[in-house]
Design a protein around this ligand. Structure first.
Ligand code: RFL
Ligand code: PHB
Length: 390
């Protein structure tokens, strides 16, 4: 088999890259380790920047999004027993974010790929990357016990943090920047109306909490938990009790609880691997970098990476110029590091760390008071939250 760009991973990065390249007439094959239903069942991100929505519009897969999404012009920060609204739309001169689940984005992209008849191999085992130092890279995989080889011009490693692409690079060629956090997020999804029309980010002595949503009838809530905690320790009742204890009295009184339809624990990590290009292999999305979810940036960074990468590949094929490809890693990393900083800052301001003493707790409250009380601070947070320009 031959294709122009072999894409490893059918998450948002790989699927969106496939659509963007198709729009430029570039042929792709996507190899995905899991089956389709498994990929669609992963509950993850929920907040899209305008740039991400713009890319989905550009490739013609935003119709259902516009019908079903919720547009949010602000967020609330809760601390010291009260809630404070940040009017992001006002602070950014009219920008907002879109609440629409990653699951739905993935489904829309997969459906579009199917309609166009573009090739995706699900349950591709033992994917391996070869010869990306030269001009004729290859990707091998096993499907139903048979080994296949795809010859290609380029490989896009969109296979997430635990994928094979970054691991195929000589360790000496990579520089890793990493911070792990001493806590996780316990998240649940429930068929209940959201407690408030906008997201609530909570700093509380018992730990961080987040009230989010997927629709007007489906809520997503998180509480900070111990790193070694297990979902089996958390009955639905215990989760709701803990969440209520961290909310302001009004939210705690009005929240509608119900059975969870998903419950999981995610560790928090900041991670960047530099560079993002190795010969004819390009990394994009979580394969190259991880942010803690506090800033809602992971999926949006995957989208901005593939925006840069698709533009560079289109330029290569149309103009026989490698200038864009040569600049991909620098351009992508410049935006990645700003989102890393923002996500680290949100995480630091909102969570209880093992070494959060009385002084650090007061500093967090001062930071939050400054954030909600200063136009300059509100503007700085808002422009990052809605998404920095590409
Ligand atoms: P993905 O989504 O991990 O997809 C990678 C795909 O590659 C496949 N794969 C392989 N395929 C073939 N061969 C191999 N050897 C392979 N190894 C792996 C995998 O099966 C998978 O299908 O990476 P991608 O595309 O880069 O997308 C990144 C996003 O998924 C991620 O950054 C976000 O979910 C992060 N995130 C959030 N991002 C936001 O922008 N806004 C949010 O509100 C937000 N909330 C979150 C989040 C992540 C969370 N968790 C669970 C980590 C909330 C949570 C709780
Ligand atoms: C979510 O809805 O899952 C979500 C929203 C905002 C975040 C993280 C996760 O910062």
């Amino acid at each position: 088999m031959r294709t122009q760009v072999a894409i490893v991973g059918a998450g948002p990065a790989g699927l969106l890259l496939g659509q963007l390249l198709h729009a430029h007439g570039i042929d792709t094959v996507i190899l995905e380790r899991k089956d389709r239903d498994y990929v669609l069942a992963r509950i993850r991100a929920g907040v899209l920047e305008q740039g991400t929505v713009g890319l989905l519009e550009q490739v013609g897969v935003a119709e259902r999004l516009h019908r079903e999404c919720l547009v949010h012009d602000g967020v609330e920060m809760a601390f010291g027993g009260a809630r404070h609204r940040i009017d992001m739309k006002q602070a950014t001169g009219g920008k907002s974010v879109t609440v629409y689940g990653q699951t739905e984005v993935t489904r829309d992209l997969m459906d579009a790929r199917d309609r166009l008849g573009l090739k995706t191999v699900f349950e591709a085992d033992d994917v391996s990357l070869h010869d990306f130092d030269g001009t004729s890279p290859k990707v091998r995989y096993v499907k139903d016990g048979t080994t296949h080889e795809i010859a290609c011009d380029f490989i896009a490693g969109c296979d997430g943090f635990h994928g094979v692409s970054r691991q195929s690079v000589q360790p000496a060629a990579l520089e890793i920047f990493e911070r792990t956090y001493p806590f996780g997020w316990l998240g649940i999804l429930s068929e209940t109306p959201p407690v408030s029309p906008e997201l609530i980010y909570v700093n509380h002595p018992r730990g961080f909490a987040l009230c989010s949503m997927r629709s007007l009838t489906r809520s997503r809530y998180y509480v900070q938990c111990k790193l070694d905690d297990h979902v089996d320790n958390w009955s639905d009742g215990k989760f709701w009790d803990e969440l209520k204890r961290r909310l302001d009295p009004e939210a705690a009184d009005t929240i509608v609880t119900g059975p969870s339809i998903e419950k999981s624990i995610a560790p928090l990590r900041s991670f960047v691997a530099e560079p993002m290009r190795f010969g004819r292999l390009f990394l994009a999305g979580d394969a190259a970098h991880i942010v803690p979810p506090t800033g809602a940036k992971g999926l949006n960074l995957a989208a901005s990476d593939v925006h840069y990468l698709s533009g560079a590949l289109a330029e290569f094929y149309a103009e026989k110029s490698a200038a864009g490809l040569d600049d991909y890693s620098r351009r992508a990393l410049a935006r990645v590091w700003k989102a890393e900083r923002f996500s680290w800052w949100m995480t630091s301001m909102l969570h209880r760390f093992p070494d959060t003493d009385a002084f650090s707790a007061r500093i967090q409250l001062a930071e939050l008071n400054y954030l909600v009380g200063s136009q300059a601070a509100t503007a700085a947070m808002s422009e990052n939250y809605v998404g920095l320009p590409y």
